[in-house]
Ligand binder design. Structure first.
Ligand SMILES: Cc1cc2nc3c(=O)[nH]c(=O)nc-3n(C[C@H](O)[C@H](O)[C@H](O)COP(=O)(O)OP(=O)(O)OC[C@H]3O[C@@H](n4cnc5c(N)ncnc54)[C@H](O)[C@@H]3O)c2cc1C
Length: 469
């Protein structure tokens, strides 16, 4: 039996639900299909649950430091992982049911559950059922990569998804992958009380970031007792008894790391392999990402791809921005483009890193003459008052055009403060506009204007000179 709709949305990640509701509101008859959990990665296994757990870890950390603030806890701090998990489950579950009831309660919108596949460019199937529509939107997201490293089939491992079921304290959590997800889990479990070792193949953590960011993040984690092994290009896994061993004999230090649990955090891959895209003629790149143009249209007219599966972003806000672009262009007569947005994201270790625009390396390779303002958090009054002085703030500007090119705020409130830099970038105002702004005292953000009055030439840290600050 075939059911005809005006629009079909596959996946209820960060773009699909909002788009479905807007399309239904425009009078279209809409079908939304979700194969598993409403709300997708962010709600169920990504941002929301991890940041909820980061908050529990922060509470434990601050409680251990209570004496520094003149506060007596009256005994050792212990963490009840079952309660950490139930708090996380409650917050994430509320979000999931919120998405589901929003969709089910929307007029003109029908919700289907199950795994769907393309049968042609306008037809989707599951079992005997067929849905057709002239407009189809793919929002299927991604999942954790399981790397083909020696021994991977011999050992039990966790990913960001299975970590969500952990309601106990791993004795020693070994994490393969020293990037955003690995670092967040690493610091969190260290604060819960686990021994943690992070193994990274590159010569530094979060190697896409500037060297000063990587080095300071490493200092922050090592100060809390997280073990870090870099340059581990030849990881081999085995299972001696109840433990898990990661052989890294290509690096300095002991050739084997033995832990109780293993977390793989080595990247994500798009959920496009079982979608039947070949039957629709939708092109994917060699890593499986759906190829889209600047307005998120695929190679087949009438089919769009939004969110992580199009390879144009890997964040909740990029997926949501994809929805805004498609909705504006389709329903409001707009001509919004992906290339209009400015790169921005945060790393939620504590203190967090807020980032926007280019890294120093990108600025240097652009050949522009640039200036940088930088200040350690030890010279930010609000950070001193809070007793959280790790990290630094840095803003890079074009010496000739006075545009802001990028910023990194690694410090207390960095995930929020970065937006005052980002919004001036969007406004295309010169950095002097921000430099002359009067900010509220005492805040971390009040130091952003003065930094722009202390600019120095940006030099290439890779040349061994260090950032000019
Ligand atoms: C541990 C972790 C922490 C993160 N933290 C952050 C953060 O702090 N900030 C941030 O911005 N981003 C974060 N992210 C990234 C963020 O979660 C993703 O970028 C975002 O969820 C992508 O959304 P999406 O719309 O592409 O799809 P997803 O949220 O991945 O949802 C896709 C949906 O499609 C469904 N689906 C897939 N295939 C089919 C099919 N064939 N039929 C029907 N349904 C299907 C899936 O079940 C899923 O519900 C994190 C990710 C992880 C893993």
């Amino acid at each position: 039996m075939t059911k005809a709709y005006d629009a079909i949305i596959i996946g209820t990640g960060q773009a699909g639900p909002s788009l479905a509701v807007r399309l239904a509101g425009s009078g279209r008859k809409v079908a939304v299909i979700e194969r598993k959990l409403f709300g997708g990665t962010c709600v169920n296994t990504g941002c929301i649950p991890t940041k909820t757990m980061v908050a529990s870890a922060y509470a434990a950390h601050l409680a251990r430091r209570a004496g520094e603030y003149g506060v007596d806890i009256g005994g050792p701090v212990s963490v009840d992982m079952k309660r950490v998990k139930s708090r996380k489950d409650a917050i994430s579950g509320q979000s999931r049911t919120g998405v589901e009831s929003w969709l089910r309660g929307t007029k003109n919108l029908t919700v289907y559950q199950g795994r769907r596949r393309f049968e042609s460019a306008s037809e989707i199937s599951v079992g005997a059922e067929r849905l057709t529509a002239p407009e189809i939107f793919i929002n299927v997201g991604g999942r954790a990569v399981v790397p083909a490293m020696p021994g991977i089939d011999q050992v039990p491992y966790l990913t960001n998804s299975s970590m969500m079921a952990v309601d106990f304290l791993p004795r020693h959590l070994v994490i393969v992958g020293g990037s955003y997800i690995g670092l967040e889990f690493g610091q969190m479990f260290r604060r819960f009380g686990s021994e943690v070792t992070i193994i990274e193949m590159a010569s530094r953590l979060i190697s896409r970031e500037d060297e000063d960011v990587s080095a300071t993040v490493r200092e922050i984690l090592e100060a809390e007792g997280v073990h870090i092994r870099l340059d581990a290009k030849c990881i081999a896994l085995s299972k001696p008894g109840h433990d898990i061993a990661a052989g890294v004999d290509c690096t300095d230090g002991p050739p084997t790391i033995v832990g109780s649990h293993l977390l793989l955090a080595v990247g994500r891959r798009p959920n496009t392999d079982d979608l039947g895209l070949e039957k629709a003629g939708v092109e994917v790149d060699k890593r499986g990402y759906v190829m889209v143009d600047d307005q998120l249209r695929t190679s087949i007219p009438g089919i769009w791809a939004l969110g992580d599966c199009n390879g144009r972003g890997a964040f909740t806000h990029t997926s949501y921005n994809d929805y805004e672009i498609v909705a504006a262009n389709l329903l409001d007569g707009g001509s919004r483009r992906v290339s209009d947005r400015i790169q921005a994201y945060a790393l939620y270790i504590d203190p967090p890193l807020g980032r926007c625009g280019w890294t120093d390396a990108q600025v240097i390779s652009s050949g522009r003459r640039a200036l940088v303002g930088k200040r350690p958090m030890t010279r930010v009054g609000r950070a001193v008052e809070k007793g959280e002085t790790q990290g630094f703030m840095k803003i890079v500007v074009d010496a000739d055009t006075r545009e802001i090119l990028g910023g990194a705020i690694l410090g207390v409130g960095g995930d929020e403060v970065i937006h005052c830099v980002l919004d001036v970038m969007y406004s295309k105002a010169p950095y002097t506009t921000l430099q002359r702004a009067m900010h509220i005292h005492p805040t971390v953000a009040e130091l952003v204007p003065p930094i722009l009055g202390e600019l120095q030439p940006l030099v290439d840290a890779r040349a061994g000179a260090g950032s000019a600050a």
